[in-house]
Structure formats: structure tokens, C-alpha cells
Design a protein around this ligand. Structure first.
Ligand code: G3I
Length: 380
């Protein structure tokens, strides 16, 4: 399979270059090596996350992580101890479920490993993601667009292919997956335009509604999620996203929950903006989850104690979320500093270690872990 390019639009690149220059030229300190980091004794008091994982109404909160079957035994052990939910980082993406990445034959061998790990350890699985128009070869099969265009009726063919995929996967996972990122990232990576992906090019915004209707028709009980990333929580992108939700709700599209990815990469979103956005979701009666939380240490590298300042921001972030009754939990995307997508993905790999997680490279709980546990667990 061609290595899919994780393209970064101009605006994101410019933001990043500014960040990088500031980081390189500023009085940034070298990240303290975990071996020498002075951890407080506090860590023993908190966790594991899945202890007391109920909100005030008694609903079970999701505490999850991104899971890869290639985790080490140590990583699997920590995962089982700490989390009650997993999201397959890559292996449930359309392209990764196919033999030779071509439409048609599925290879469920990796999915079976994930399902076994989850069922043996009582873990919820978040299905990620049924329809995702980015990263050709991963989000969708590399031959999808050509196949559809070669048909006499591309629109009808695209709907057939999407419906077929959604029904095969939901039926195949019935009993092991009850929550789906039905559509992932309908917006472009950065900015406020819709992602011009193969689904959008053929069907326009109907691809989003079509995906949710099909998923609902296959599994009437599944939790159906629209999942998106935001670099900040105010402005045109947020307003456009809320407009999209309103249109879906007006047309009674079966949307249950909003996935707020929360990769904190270029800037630290203002906490009051996060509050205002989540309030908008609550007022629409929509549940929400933080679905892919991680936070680049580079944003704090100029402070005396980057790990601690990273943790303080996380604590504020989590405290805002927990006060909403419709908050359904949090999934971390790079829980282990030793294994995180940023260190392997341009442009963030230029500034690794990005140390975005809860456990340092020696698998010790960072202040970030304590920030999450103390802000979410102490609610019980
Ligand atoms: O497994 C191959 C390996 O064999 C090969 O040597 C290597 C070099 O080309 O590539 C490896 O595959 C990479 C895969 O991650 C596993 O590491 C792909 O190239 C790479 O594109 C893929 O990146 C993933 C990315 O989504 C694109 O699918 C990241 O791991 C994953 O963390 C990231 O997750 C996304 C969410 O799905 C959606 N929200 C944003 C989030 C971060 O980008």
C-alpha cells in the first residue's frame, strides 16, 4: 500500500512554522528526560481511570485509549488496568480492512485480534471510522474514486459502495461495537471549508446524511457519532460545524453524539471558548465525547516545567468537560509518549519528542495523568 500522505494545508503549515521558529529561537528548554524527571508522590493517589467511572447521574464515563494490536505486553497491561474503552488507532479504517487496499475483499484478521483483546478485558470498542475522506489508502480504498467515476451513474454507485461497506462492517461487528464514528472529519484539516474528498465530490454533503441513515438502518441501537478536530473553539469553523449539525437535526438525521477529537497541536484553545462550544452542543441536546485527546509538549517547552504546565492545561480542559451532563467520557490518542502518531507524522516529527501523552517513555504516570484523574475522578 502506498504510504498515504498526511498533507498539511498552507494555513496549518504557516501556523506550525511560526510555532517552530518561536520554539527554536525562543528560550525554550530541552525537555527534561523522563529518567531525571522529579515525579511527585501524588501519583499513587489517583487512578486507575476506570475506577469510579460514573458521572453524577450514574452514567458510565468512557475512559479510553487508541489501541494497536502491536502494543507491547507492558502497554497492554497498562491499557487493561487504566481504560474501559478502546478505539482502534488504524485497523478499523476502511483501507486497513481490505486485502491489498482494493474494494471488495475484507481481511478481518487484525479486527479479530482487537475484538478478542476487548472482550477478554471487558473493554468497550469505539468503531473508528466508517466514512473518512482523508488519507487515501487508509480512510478509504485507493481505487474508490476511479471505480465510481467509471460507472455510468457515479452518484448511485458511490451510494451503493458506501452502503455496502457500512452494512458489512456494522453487521460484522454486531455485539462487539456499539458506537461508531460514522463520519470522521467532514471539514478540511485546517480552515472552515468542507473536506473535498471523493464522497463530497460525488454526493456533496448528502454523503454525511446518507452515512448516518444507513448506519441507523443497520443497527437501530448503535450510538452514531460525527467526529471532528478543532484547533480552537471559536470562529468560522466552529460556526460552520454547528450549522452542519443544525441542518442534520432539522432533517432528523440520526445523529446521537459529537466526537470532539481535541488534538492540541499548534495553539492551546482558550478554555472559555471550549466551554462555549460544549454549551452549544448541550443546548442542542447532543451528547459529546472527547475522542482523540493529546497535547504537544512543544506548546509548553519554554516553561520551567513543561510536564507540569501541560498538566495544568489538561486539568482546566477536563474540568470544563465534566460539568456538562451530556459529557460521555474521554479517549486519549497518544496515551504513551513512547508511541505516538505525532513523532512519526510531518510536520510534528520535526519537533519530536512531542510527549503528548499520560505515560512517559518509561511508562510512569506524568503530571498529565494526575491532572485527568484528579479532575474527572474526584467528581464521584
Ligand atoms: O504500518 C506502516 C508501516 O509498515 C510502514 O513502514 C510505515 C511507513 O510508511 O507506515 C505505517 O503505516 C502508518 C500507520 O499510521 C501506522 O503507523 C501510515 O503510513 C500512517 O499514515 C498512519 O498514520 C495514522 C493516521 O491517522 C493516518 O491514518 C496514525 O497512526 C493515526 O494516529 C492517525 O489517527 C488520526 C485519526 O484516525 C483521525 N483523527 C486524526 C488522527 C491523527 O492524525
Amino acid at each position: 500500500m502506498d504510504n498515504p500522505k498526511f498533507t498539511v494545508p498552507v494555513l496549518a503549515r504557516l501556523k506550525f512554522i511560526r510555532t517552530m521558529v518561536m520554539q527554536k529561537l525562543g528560550d525554550s528548554k530541552k525537555l527534561t528526560e523522563p529518567e531525571t524527571y522529579n515525579y511527585s508522590s501524588e501519583e499513587a493517589e489517583y487512578g486507575p481511570f476506570k475506577k469510579n467511572n460514573r458521572d453524577n447521574s450514574g452514567n458510565k464515563l468512557i475512559f479510553g485509549g487508541a489501541y494497536d494490536p502491536e502494543f507491547s505486553e507492558e502497554e497492554k497491561k497498562i491499557f487493561i488496568k487504566e481504560f474501559n474503552s478502546l478505539t482502534p488507532e488504524n485497523y478499523m479504517k476502511w483501507g486497513m480492512l481490505l486485502k491489498n487496499n482494493r474494494l471488495g475483499e475484507y481481511d478481518f484478521s487484525n479486527l479479530e485480534k482487537i475484538e478478542s483483546f476487548a472482550s477478554e478485558n471487558g473493554l468497550n470498542i469505539r468503531g473508528h471510522a466508517l466514512i473518512w475522506g482523508k488519507v487515501p489508502g487508509m480512510g478509504y480504498p485507493v481505487d474508490l474514486y476511479e471505480k465510481v467515476l467509471s460507472d455510468l451513474n457515479p452518484r448511485k454507485r458511490m451510494i451503493e459502495i458506501m452502503d455496502n461497506h457500512i452494512s458489512i462492517i456494522i453487521n460484522r461487528c454486531r455485539g462487539s461495537v456499539s458506537e461508531w464514528d460514522v463520519v470522521n472529519e467532514p471539514f478540511e484539516l485546517s480552515g472552515s471549508k468542507f473536506d473535498v474528498n471523493p464522497f463530497y465530490r460525488i454526493l456533496g454533503l448528502d454523503y454525511i446524511k446518507q452515512s448516518f441513515w444507513t448506519a441507523r438502518s443497520i443497527d437501530p441501537d448503535a450510538i452514531l457519532v460525527l467526529n471532528e478536530q478543532f484547533d480552537d473553539y471559536k470562529g468560522t469553523r466552529i460556526n460552520r460545524f454547528l450549522d452542519l449539525i443544525d441542518r442534520m437535526l432539522e432533517e432528523h438525521v440520526p445523529l446521537d453524539r459529537i466526537g470532539v477529537q481535541s488534538h492540541i497541536l499548534f495553539t492551546k484553545p482558550a478554555i472559555h471558548d471550549l466551554y462555549n462550544f460544549l454549551k452549544q452542543l448541550q443546548e442542542r441536546g447532543l451528547q459529546f465525547e472527547i475522542t482523540e485527546f493529546d497535547i504537544r509538549i512543544g506548546l509548553f517547552i519554554r516553561s520551567d516545567d513543561p510536564f507540569m504546565v501541560q498538566a495544568n492545561y489538561i486539568k482546566d480542559f477536563c474540568q470544563v468537560c465534566r460539568d456538562f451532563p451530556n459529557f460521555r467520557g474521554i479517549t486519549f490518542w497518544s496515551q504513551f509518549d513512547s508511541r505516538n502518531w505525532m513523532d512519526n507524522s510531518m510536520p510534528f516529527s520535526l519537533l519530536s519528542p512531542n510527549a503528548p501523552g499520560l505515560f512517559d517513555t518509561l511508562y510512569r504516570k506524568k503530571p498529565a495523568y494526575i491532572a485527568v484523574a484528579s479532575s474527572l475522578l474526584n467528581k464521584q
